[in-house]
Ligand binder design. Structure first.
Ligand code: COA
Length: 143
């Protein structure tokens, strides 16, 4: 018997409605942000634009971005529940962010790829900064 794949919708994130589910997605991916739910809530509420992937009422993915709303956008986090990865949800989340900040207006759509995620970003059309003759610099605690 054929199994039916869940219908996933992408919607703007409403922290009041979705935060518990968003936190669960960070926890499921073992991200350290989940150890500081209060700060994560501030981060979600303070992001310029964020989206959730929903399977009916359940949050199964999340992405957020910070922007000056004029020239630049920085994509901060994108996560999908481990059991639903590799089904196109990450691409749809990223597309929703990039569509909200179109290249015609925004010169730079920037992100830092976590270890293991660079293959995803290459696959969905992002280019390492070196490809533009640019250099990325960072200060980081390294975790
Ligand atoms: C990275 C992540 C968001 C990708 O989401 P996803 O729903 O699994 O990705 P998709 O199914 O939309 O993949 C889109 C394409 O990228 C490819 N892809 C996905 N992950 C990949 C990886 N790690 N390496 C290489 N290719 C990858 C898919 O095969 C797919 O290719 P296709 O269009 O040819 O079929 C997800 O793996 C995740 O949540 N990882 C843990 C959190 C994380 O590291 N986030 C990145 C923070 S920078």
């Amino acid at each position: 018997m054929a199994t039916t794949r869940p219908v996933i919708t992408i919607e703007p994130c409403d922290p009041d409605e979705h935060f518990d589910g968003v936190l669960a997605v960070y926890r499921a991916n073992d991200w350290s942000h989940a150890n500081a739910p209060g700060r994560l809530r501030v981060a979600v509420e303070s992001s310029s634009f964020s989206v959730v992937a929903l399977e009916e009422e359940r949050v199964v993915g999340f992405a957020r971005a910070m922007s000056d709303e004029a020239f630049a956008v920085y994509i901060a986090d994108i996560l999908v529940l481990p059991e639903l990865q590799r089904r196109g949800i990450g691409r749809r989340l990223l597309d929703a962010i990039l569509d909200h900040y179109p290249m015609e207006t925004f010169h730079h759509q920037v992100l830092i790829a976590e270890r293991g995620a660079d293959g995803f970003y290459r696959r969905v059309g992002m280019t390492p900064v070196g490809g533009y003759g640019l250099t990325a610099f960072i200060r980081s605690r390294g975790n």
